[in-house]
Design a protein around this ligand. Sequence first.
Ligand code: NAD
Length: 368
Amino acid sequence: MTVLNVAIVGSGIIGAHHAKAIARHPKLQVTALVDARIEAAEALAATLDPRPSVHLTLTEAFAQATIHIVAICTPSGLHIAAAEETLAAGAHLLIEKPLDTDLAKARAFATVAEAATGRGLVSSVVSQHRFDPATVAVRRAVQDNRLGRVTSAVVSMPWWRDQAYYDSADWRGTWAFDGGGALANQGIHLVDQMLALLGRPAEVYARTALASHERIEVEDVAAATIQFESGALAVLHATTGARPGLPVRLALYGTEGSAVLQDDQLEYFHTTTDPGLRAADLVSPPDVYGAAKDPDGWVTGHVRQYDDLVDAIEHARAPGVQVRHGLEALALVRSVYVSASLGRAVSFTEVLDGAFDDVQPRTQGVTP
Ligand SMILES: NC(=O)c1ccc[n+]([C@@H]2O[C@H](COP(=O)([O-])OP(=O)(O)OC[C@H]3O[C@@H](n4cnc5c(N)ncnc54)[C@H](O)[C@@H]3O)[C@@H](O)[C@H]2O)c1
């Protein structure tokens, strides 16, 4: 069995999480850790067996270690710089969400990543919830037309992040490095799932506000209505100002049935095409990754995403989440910010294609 060497760039919270996921994957090992604060890389390296090499820069890591895959876990505004270096060095790529903070840079990078597939390099963006068995089941139900015509969706993320969270690192809550607030950082998981389930958006109308935190540039509440090209209408809500933090819900309604995802579970399912079919019939995942026994359950999502990446590399196929998916998720987040900043509806395609690249997003306080 071939074992692929992974370099993790950024040894903070999610870098450590990647190391745990890689340790659970039989075809992967952490070979190198990179961090601009070498003590962060050293501290993570000390927890791993075998101990990976540590480096201040990715350039140094490539010079000193054999690296097949680079996992980019730096602050969001630094993702694409490391991604470009990775593909230039001939390694495969897994980029933490969001793809980056700058849509123009992300658009240009999508072309670079597409060209690199011709050299056999696989590039993927983390969106681990796409691989949740419940999400996979609902996606299949939509594709199989079990919900009929999807008329509408309600998507809500009522989470809580205290002030200490935003104060914990300089990059949090900044436009340049976080790319936005509750929607760009936390809500992008839901944004990506909406795109996977509902297709391409047509028009977005949004409001954002900074309602419950201080010393950040970005929103902690976002609310949007989105019309999809299919005609489906969706309501999107994301906040980090909802104490104590409640489950994420994604409800999908159609002419032949409906499905409700709550966190990573399928809470409700109904279809007229097979009235006896229940949620439990659709999601009975084999415990391939030991999820039931995992005290740190959310590592499982990343293990599933690594499994998809390894399979894509082995079979020279596109990964489940491609760079273009990351680009579309970023463009939908940006559409919300552009709409909220201009106070009018915007076309998703125009935002994606760059018509609003020069709009500086701004966040209103609770009193507009
Ligand atoms: N998929 C998920 O569920 C999930 C969850 C949390 C975070 N994330 C993403 O992971 C990324 C990092 O988040 P975090 O919470 O781990 O942040 P963090 O601040 O805990 O860690 C970031 C690390 O990157 C290092 N770093 C900064 N600049 C660097 C550079 N130029 N080169 C190398 N290292 C550098 C920092 O020193 C720090 O150790 C963000 O993009 C975030 O959106 C994803």
